[in-house]
Design a protein around this ligand. Structure first.
Ligand code: NAG
Length: 160
């Protein structure tokens, strides 16, 4: 049988609207302000066929380089073989959302600045490096008064 390799082939789920987010598009989508240099995620909205980027770019993050009435230009780096190509997409605002990828970093910079200032005032040494979650501390488990429990699945029960 023939097999379609069309522009939207294989996007049945990627481009479908999310559960409980179907229907008319939230007005907030159109009230967001985009500026050149903003980091945005391309998140395609299947309900709008105009200005829809190619399926490869769904879920990719890029930087805004152009803003127009109802669309933004986004620069995205696409991996092609052994190199990255700069791709310039013009997509409608329905298909982008502000990215949260830099939020944590910016917050951390601000917090670190405050911590640094405080440390300078108090004259203490400061460690700002982040630490991954470490293994739990050693501790003793008492067996007295701490009886083992048998865990079994709860029998199936119809509850209404
Ligand atoms: C931004 O988009 C408009 C409309 O497509 C185009 O005329 C203009 O040249 C673009 N500007 C840049 C900097 O690419």
């Amino acid at each position: 049988m023939g097999h379609s390799g069309g522009l939207r082939a294989g996007t049945r789920y990627a481009f479908s609207r999310d559960f409980k987010k179907r229907g008319s598009i939230a007005l907030g989508t159109y009230l967001k302000e985009y500026r050149v240099g903003d980091i945005v995620d391309v998140r395609c909205n299947g309900a709008v066929q105009k200005g829809l980027p190619y399926k490869y770019y769904h879920g990719k993050t890029g930087v805004v380089y152009n803003v127009t009435k109802s669309a933004v230009g986004v620069i995205i780096y696409k991996r092609v073989g052994n190199r990255y190509l700069e791709k310039r997409l013009n997509v409608r605002v329905e298909h982008v959302v502000h990215s949260r990828s830099r939020e944590e970093f910016i917050n951390r910079v601000k917090e670190n600045a405050i911590k640094k200032r405080q440390a300078k005032e108090q004259g203490v040494h400061l460690h700002l490096k982040r630490q991954a979650v470490q293994p739990r501390d050693a501790h003793v488990v008492e067996s007295a008064e701490n009886f083992p429990e048998t865990i079994t699945p709860i029998p199936y029960d119809t509850h209404i």
